[in-house]
Design a protein around this ligand. Sequence first.
Ligand SMILES: Cc1ncc(COP(=O)(O)O)c(C=O)c1O
Length: 373
Amino acid sequence: MDPLHKPIYVTRPVLPPLEEFTEYLKQIWENKILTNQGPFHEQFERELAGYLGVKYLSLFTNGTLALVTALQTLRITGEVITTPFSFVATTHSLWWNNIKPVFADIEPECYNLDPDRAEAAITPQTTAIMPVHVYGNPCKLERFQQIADTYGLKLIYDAAHAFGIKVNGRSILNFGDLSVMSFHATKVFNTFEGGAIICHDEATKRRIDNLKNFGFVNETTVVIPGINAKMNEFQAAMGLLQLKYVDEAIRKRGEIAKSYREGLRDVEGIICLNDMEGVEHCNPYFPVLIDRDKYGKTRDHVYELLKEHNIYGRRYFYPLISRFPTYRGLESAQPGRMPIAERVSDQILCLPIYPDLQFEAIERIISVLKMGE
Ligand SMILES: Cc1ncc(COP(=O)(O)O)c(C=O)c1O
């Protein structure tokens, strides 16, 4: 442990000025509406859709319930092809809907579900594909759509990491049947906890809104066994405020990513992910691969070494979801079937990144990695 320096964690939440939030709290106290599509909920839903450049968006209390609801919205059953290289909630959402997850390998360049591997995993039971825009890097959007169209499958993107990502000026949330976001405290944009589903027509939005509110379609009629997944007024007020500051937060993240790239450029065996062409990025994470043969040390060694210097990286995503005891019995989860995901999961390390991360801290992290001791 390094007693001279304060700990540097992998992330820290972005918080707006407290006085500004207090003003919103006063309004909540006055109007006494705490939840159930209150005024802040309605305003935030509109403003967020506008900010993100999407037409239909439904707010949720967290991303996991939004994923579970997205699958119910489209009545997905049978098997869904997904990635093992994600946060476990992606696969859990399938399990909560009695759907069999089928894992397929990822691409070596961007660590997203490989469309060719996904296509090869299709069976007569497959009803949908659920890729994840890992670290905010867009999946192969057109190729996935082509596969979905050819085989008559639904396409649901887990866009939990993909706040405000655009490809050639167009939001990636406009692709697929549905996209699901998370506004968890650790994300680029947070509402303490929160989430959203983006869809492309009014009828689907209505169904999503019914599902997140116990299945009520009006005061006296319940048409589906929906759940309670509504975003409350405190979260929505936080979201409205956060929207004022998110551009600046994303800009700072971009600068930090640039500093890491420059600082680590000549370190043999530490590989940064390339910026993808035409992509406006939000840099939610700063992942690097540690190549043991070139760097001389394993990822776990580097992870422990950073800890000794009071620097806390995270091994996102290790273990693979397919290695957890809950899922490792599945046929698609058997070792050796997803060599790229297995290698990346063993080599990946996410370095600290958040808007307030100071330049001296970045330099310290880079110098520990350069020295390797
Ligand atoms: C890829 C991915 N999917 C889903 C989730 C779940 O979102 P939430 O924490 O808002 O429930 C997360 C993170 O938390 C995530 O990283």
